[in-house]
Design a protein around this ligand. Structure first.
Ligand code: ZN
Length: 69
């Protein structure tokens, strides 16, 4: 398993049925993609706590942060 594939795997339940969480004001394309279950909308407010999750499991709704780069 590559690191990229590991990023897609839910650390809680092991499912690969996960989507990227997209932050920012969603445009029409983003809303449609979210309705198709291709992405998850994180909203337009960035958490003051930092460390926003950027991956969500569609099986158990677990959210986690993938270290990019
Ligand atoms: Zn899960």
């Amino acid at each position: 398993m590559s690191a990229h594939e590991a990023d897609k795997t839910c650390p809680e339940c092991g499912s690969e049925d996960t989507v990227r969480i997209v932050y920012g004001f969603p445009g029409t394309e983003m809303i449609e993609a979210a309705e198709r279950g291709e992405i998850a909308l994180g909203g337009c407010v960035i958490s003051p706590m930092g460390g926003d999750s950027d991956r969500r499991c569609r099986v158990c709704d677990w959210e986690w942060t993938v270290e990019w780069g």
